[in-house]
Design a protein around this ligand. Structure first.
Ligand code: NAI
Length: 327
């Protein structure tokens, strides 16, 4: 099949070229949008990532271009207008699980770095500064970690934190009995906020979860709490979080995702003037750690993303039931 790949980086090309046998792939660095859509002409499928906004007008244009399949090379699908795709008879497939370990372990990396300040220690020592001033952290052992969403990633993250000797609270409409047996204590949302020293978000972005962490939720949290978001930026009301950091009620923030991340994350903007004032403000806090949506970025996850995406395309081409279809 002819597939037009959008928002591609060298690592996408590397892994897809390694596993592609049957398809004619065109890799484009640009995101799929009104301007770049002409690149999809003649392709039967487009392959897109988390920040390609596939709205109704893009879908209409894809239909006109002859595209029959949108292959998401990610798990989340909040960026696709599924109703418009259905009306245009364009199928949407995704990679529901690649390496949940990659994201869960990245959440741990954010916690460890924020807590023990290894990013600051690294720079300090390189400058010949061996002082320990302001590097004090806290033991994770016996701290209470609240996990919102205990699906594939949240479940693994829960086990990691149990392994570190933490008490784990969780909130999910569908409690996992295996996690309960492992020692996770399911509570309601409010109770989780009140009792947790660290809150980590692992639920999807939906209309129900948009700004789940808003001023009201932040006000219920422990003074000095650590908030971690490796899920989707809009789970957090960023303005409310900035206020909570300024008034020192929020002790630490670790984010791999940001509400307005498209056009910023995944790009080298080091020579440019950052136009996003909220992100610029976040970057000034000493107790904020931002990574640019790299939770998925492991060898294992990139391998699985390539293999599953190519299998999804092959199943579509050969009219085999699409097990990873999003409806
Ligand atoms: P999953 O579907 O296995 O689990 C999500 C869980 O959230 C489910 O148990 C569901 O019941 C729960 N949930 C849904 N609505 C909820 C609510 N209102 N409150 C509490 N829980 C709720 O998804 P998975 O694979 O664990 O991924 C979670 C999220 O991680 C994805 O939606 C995606 O946004 C994000 N992600 C981030 C990546 C990164 O690179 N930073 C990479 C992959 C996923």
């Amino acid at each position: 099949m002819k597939i037009a790949f959008f928002s591609t980086k060298p690592y996408d090309r590397e892994f897809f070229e390694k596993y592609n046998e049957a398809n004619q792939i065109s890799f484009y660095e640009v995101a799929l949008n009104e301007q770049s859509i002409r690149l999809a002409e003649g392709a039967e499928a487009v392959c897109v990532f988390v920040n390609d906004k596939i709205n109704a007008s893009i879908i209409e244009a894809l239909q006109k271009a002859g595209v029959q399949l949108i292959a998401l090379r990610c798990a989340g699908f909040n960026n696709v207008d599924l109703g418009a795709a259905r009306n245009a008879s364009i199928k949407v497939v995704r990679v529901p699980a690649y390496s949940p370990y990659a994201v869960a372990e990245h959440a741990l990396a954010l916690i460890m770095t924020l807590n023990r300040k290894t990013h600051k220690a690294y720079n300090r020592v390189r400058e010949g500064n061996f002082s320990l001033e302001k590097l004090t952290g806290f033991d994770l052992y016996h701290k209470t970690v609240g996990i919102i969403g205990t699906g594939k990633i949240g479940g693994i993250f829960a086990k990691i934190m149990l392994g570190l000797g933490c008490k784990v609270l969780a909130y999910d409409m569908f409690p996992d009995e295996h996690l309960t047996a492992a020692g996770v204590n399911y509570v309601d949302f409010e109770e989780l906020l009140i009792h947790s020293d660290i809150v980590s978000l692992h639920c999807p972005l939906t209309e129900a979860t948009r700004h789940l962490i808003n001023a009201e939720a932040l006000a219920q949290m422990k003074l000095g709490v650590m908030l971690i978001n490796t899920s989707r930026g809009a789970l957090i009301d960023t303005q409310a979080v900035v206020e909570a950091l300024k008034n020192k009620t929020l002790g630490y923030l670790g984010i791999d995702v940001y509400e307005q991340e498209e056009n910023i994350f995944f790009n080298d903007l080091s020579g440019q003037i950052l136009q996003d004032d909220t992100l610029a403000r976040l970057m000034t806090f000493p107790n904020v750690l931002i990574t640019s949506h790299q939770g998925f970025l492991t060898e294992e996850a990139l391998t699985q993303i390539a293999i599953t995406t190519l299998q999804n395309v092959s199943d579509f081409e050969h009219k085999i039931a699409l097990i990873n279809e999003v409806k």
